[in-house]
Design a protein around this ligand. Structure first.
Ligand code: SF4
Ligand code: SF4
Length: 62
């Protein structure tokens, strides 16, 4: 199981994480920022961490 922490102040809503996640963890929230609404599906591939241009995603194994 993985915990996804987003520094929401830094998120620009570029959707890179939404597009790259193989298990569709993210959606764009009403505030125009990423929302890890299916965090429970995360497989810990770290693609979102690597792709985020402002490095605001942290994925931690629990
Ligand atoms: S680590 Fe991989 S599976 Fe988990 S949210 Fe990021 S892209 Fe999706
Ligand atoms: S890749 Fe980073 S900046 Fe872009 S929407 Fe995802 S969390 Fe926000």
């Amino acid at each position: 199981m993985f915990m996804i922490n987003i520094d929401i102040e830094k998120c620009t809503g570029c959707e890179e994480c939404i597009n790259i996640c193989p298990v569709e963890v993210f959606q764009l929230g009403p505030d125009g920022k990423t929302d890890p609404f299916q965090a429970g599906e995360c497989v810990g591939c770290m693609s979102c961490v690597e792709v985020c241009p402002v490095q605001c995603i942290e994925v931690v194994e629990m």
